[in-house]
Design a protein around this ligand. Structure first.
Ligand SMILES: [Zn+2]
Length: 352
């Protein structure tokens, strides 16, 4: 578990013990902040039949500091109808810190670990959106009686990708909770979610450390000044880092020699952070061309295109990124194809 999540684990553990865990929880943070990790842990804790407690001496010392990094909106505990900025009551803050941990070997832990626990449902975004059918499935899931009877849980990852009708369908389920049912939503951009959804959830904004502290966390070398949260998913996950590097190399080839168009297009369409990656690659290429230090390793990049062209390409990418973030149900395939066509036009100018 990422160390900056310990404080949140403590808070949620306390809420569980006091029977104050709300029916709906929303975990948001940049990619890699750990929203999925915390949701997964919490679900497992709710289902486990033989919970363990991590005692204070097992909780790393950074915890107190982390506690202050959990945003104020998460410092709430009433059960339902949570007001966004209520405070932790005096008596609960004095309780010794502890973290619940699932045992890992009881029947339900084992079923959950191999994905076959019948009273849990995970909704995944298919082709970048979560449609109304998936949410209806979730509502029906909660209407049925529990198989094992401990708690029923559902996880909606990338909740920001719900269509408007899916979000409206979810609202109904959030409004009429069945007993011992818990819905967790995760997102990397809660500002895209309907306010009516947010208001029905207890919201936890996860804010990992930045700069030197972040690098220290992963024992990585780099230029501190430019390590920020946009690098988090690449830092925290090796597979993501590899995918990012491969994508960066392809983008460079595309800019110099118009290669890999199909692969770049696929990635832009299928990866939710593809546009952000592209923007980041261009920023680093520009920094490099202006002789500024970069956090990555773009140094081997020759002057593939001139500064002016790079600037134009960057503006195209940024504009596309804004469209993607602000327009509801944007056609991602069309947007990606148009962007690549526009970039080609800019790049081809160098031959004239
Ligand atoms: Zn267990």
């Amino acid at each position: 578990m990422k160390t900056w999540l310990f404080a949140l684990q403590q808070q949620l553990s306390r809420q569980i013990r006091e029977n104050k865990l709300p029916h709906a929880l929303l975990f948001s943070g940049v990619d890699g902040a750990g929203q999925e990790d915390i949701a997964h842990w919490l679900i497992n804790v709710l289902l486990c039949q033989d919970l363990k407690q991590d005692l204070p001496q097992n909780i790393p010392p950074e915890t107190e500091e982390n506690l202050s990094q959990v945003s104020p909106v998460s410092q709430v505990s009433p059960v339902s109808k949570v007001s966004p900025v209520s405070k932790v009551s005096e008596e609960t803050t004095n309780v010794q810190p502890f973290i619940f941990q699932p045992c890992g070997y009881c029947k339900t832990c084992k079923l959950f670990a191999n994905g076959s626990y019948p009273d849990h449902l995970t909704i995944v975004n298919d082709k970048n959106t979560i449609g109304v059918d998936a949410i209806r499935k979730l509502s029906q899931f909660f209407e049925k009686t529990a198989h094992i009877g401990i708690a029923k849980t559902a996880l909606v990852n990338h909740a920001d990708t719900m269509t408007v009708s899916a979000a409206n369908a979810l609202l109904k389920t959030l409004e009429e909770p069945t007993s011992q049912s818990f819905i967790m939503l995760t997102t990397h951009s809660s500002d895209v979610l309907l306010p009516t959804i947010i208001s029905r959830c207890q919201k936890f904004e996860i804010r990992p450390p930045v700069g030197k502290k972040l690098l220290a966390e992963y024992k990585k070398q780099g230029n501190d000044a430019f390590v920020n949260l946009s690098h988090l998913s690449e830092l925290t996950d090796e597979a993501t880092a590899v995918a990012f590097t491969a994508f960066r190399d392809k983008v460079k080839d595309y800019l110099c020699a118009h290669q890999h168009r199909a692969e770049i297009l696929t990635l832009l369409v299928e990866r939710h952070d593809g546009f952000r990656w592209l923007e980041k690659i261009l920023v680093n290429l520009m920094r490099n061309q202006w002789g500024w230090p970069t956090a990555g390793h773009e140094n081997q990049q020759a002057s593939v295109i001139n500064k002016q062209q790079l600037w134009q390409v960057y503006n195209l990418v940024q504009a596309a990124n804004i469209k993607l973030k602000t327009l509801v149900q944007v056609n991602r395939q069309f947007l990606s194809e148009k962007l690549l066509a526009d970039i080609s036009l800019v790049v081809e100018q160098k031959n004239q």
